[in-house]
Each structure stands twice: as C-alpha cells, then as structure tokens.
Design a protein around this ligand. Structure first.
Ligand code: B12
Length: 215
C-alpha cells in the first residue's frame, strides 16, 4: 500500500477509536517495510494530537478519549516490540517512566520507541512511578539518564521531587535528568534543576545524546 495512505489510515484509526484497525495498520506497515518511526510521527501522533485538541475544545468526551488512547496504545505496543533493539551500538542507558499519580503514558512510550531505535538501552518503568523507584532502578542498572514524563500540572511536582531526592541522597550529577510532557517547559526544567527538557520525542533523543556527550 502507498506510504501516505498508510499514514492516513493510522491517523484515521485513532480518530475513529479503532484499536483493531490501528493494529492492522501497523501489521500492514510491517509487511510493506515502512519505517515504523515515520509511521508513528506522520500517522499515529497527528491522530492522537487531533483527539487531544477535540477533547480540549469540548467536542469529544472522556469515553471517546479513553478509546482513542487505547487504540494509540495498541499501536505503540506493537511498534515498540518491532523496533529493532540496536544491541551492538548501545549509546547509553536510560531509566524512564511517568511520574507518580499520573497514568498518561502514550508520549512516554513513543519516547521509549525512539530511544530504542537510536541505540539506547531503555528501562521503561511504566506509569505512576514513585520517585524512589526511578532512583532504585538507575542504581541497579547503572543508568546514565533518568527521564520523567508528566502530563498533569499537579503531577509535574513528581519531577521536582526526583531532583530533590537525588540531591538529598548525593546522587545529583551521577545521573543526568531529562523532563518531558505537555505542560512541562524549559523554564520548569531550569526551576527544578533538571539537566534537560525535551519538547517531543525527537528533541528528547537529541538532548539525551547531548547529555551523555555523543552529539
Ligand atoms: C490521552 C489522554 C488521556 C488518556 C491517557 C491514556 C494513556 N494511556 O496515556 C486518559 C483518558 C486515561 C486520560 C486521563 C486523564 N486526563 Co488526560 N489527556 C490525554 C490527552 C488528550 C493526550 C495526551 C497524549 O497522549 N498526547 C500525545 C502524546 C504523543 O504527547 P505527549 O504526552 O505530550 O508526549 C510527547 C512530548 O510531551 C514528549 N514527552 C512526553 N513525556 C516525555 C518524557 C521524556 C523523558 C521526554 C524526553 C519527552 C517526553 O514526547 C512525547 C512524544 O513526542 C491530553 C491532552 C493534551 N493536550 O496533552 C489530556 C490531558 C493531559 N488530560 C487531562 C486530564 C485532566 C486528565 C484526567 C484528570 C481526566 C479526568 N477527569 O479523569 C485523567 C488523569 C488521570 C491520571 N491520574 O493521570 C488534562 C490535563 C490538564 C492539566 N493541565 O493538568 C489534559 C491536558 C486534557 C485537557 N485539555 O484538559 N487522559
């Protein structure tokens, strides 16, 4: 199938809250050897972004939003599994998750896909992750970076809590931190003392590489 048609179908599957269709589109892309990261960037992400806008302006409600998110999740899970883990060219270890109290994980999961595709060894802690767990995992695996995602203005506090906990335990500097999520800004990162802020997944890769000095 034509590449553009697949991107359109991907976007449509999210806008129509159709998880089965979303999965089919990924399978089709796999068969047609279409770059899955491009499929994400040009198909699924525009779809969920549009859904977010519709929800924001009140023309779509929570039940639809949940279904759209499920469809997005179904696609990202298969993509994540299919994205080759570039074991031979590991560029750094990153522990990543969505902060405590926050169950938004679509954006974080996209970041995970792209990090993996760029040779990072990724430890994905999922969502609603307590501060201590980020630190514990980073210590366990000898991480270079800890990445946190926050989608609610209230849960952004979790990113601040991590900075404070790192300082308190003398680990600030041992791990570089990167923050992301729709309400998060560079200003917030500066304020809490995070080492980097990323606006989106692609920016996240760039910043992560800068943090570990390979860019
Ligand atoms: C989908 C969605 C949901 C889904 C989440 C499903 C899931 N599994 O993730 C569901 C339906 C469950 C949900 C629930 C809720 N939601 Co909601 N949700 C959204 C929505 C529409 C889209 C979020 C999304 O997935 N965007 C697409 C991804 C690709 O973008 P992203 O997350 O920003 O990620 C990108 C970048 O930010 C960056 N990034 C993100 N994280 C990280 C991390 C690192 C390390 C890096 C480098 C980069 C990075 O890279 C990503 C890819 O490019 C947003 C609207 C919006 N404008 O954001 C509301 C929104 C975030 N939700 C909102 C609210 C209020 C809620 C609820 C409280 C609703 C309720 N009344 O119950 C609950 C919260 C429950 C909880 N405790 O967490 C509000 C938040 C308001 C605020 N300012 O705090 C928003 C803004 C909607 C709105 N306009 O009111 N939600």
């Amino acid at each position: 199938m034509d590449k553009e048609k697949i991107f359109d179908a991907a976007q449509k599957s999210i806008l129509e809250y159709d998880a089965n269709r979303a999965k089919e589109v990924v399978q089709q892309a796999l068969t047609d050897r279409i770059d899955l990261i491009e499929l994400m960037n040009k198909g699924f992400i525009p779809g969920i972004t549009k859904v977010g806008e519709l929800f924001g302006e009140g023309s779509l409600f929570l039940p639809e939003l949940i279904q759209a998110a499920d469809a997005m999740k179904a696609a990202t899970v298969i993509i994540n599994e299919a994205v080759p883990d570039k074991a031979a060219v590991k560029s750094g270890k990153i522990v990543i998750g969505t902060v405590e109290g926050d169950i938004h994980d679509i954006g974080k999961t996209i970041v995970v896909s792209l990090m993996k595709a760029n040779g990072f060894e990724v430890y994905d802690l999922g969502r609603d992750v307590p501060t201590e767990k980020f630190i514990q995992k980073a210590e366990e695996v000898g991480a270079d970076i800890i990445g946190t995602s926050a989608l609610l203005t209230t849960t952004m506090e979790g990113q601040k809590k991590l900075e404070l906990a790192l300082k308190k335990s003398g680990l600030k500097g041992k791990y570089r931190t990167i923050v992301g999520g729709a309400p998060v800004t560079q200003r917030w990162a500066d304020r809490i003392g995070a080492d980097a802020y990323a606006e989106n997944a692609i920016d996240g890769i760039k910043k992560a590489k800068l943090l570990i000095g390979i860019l």
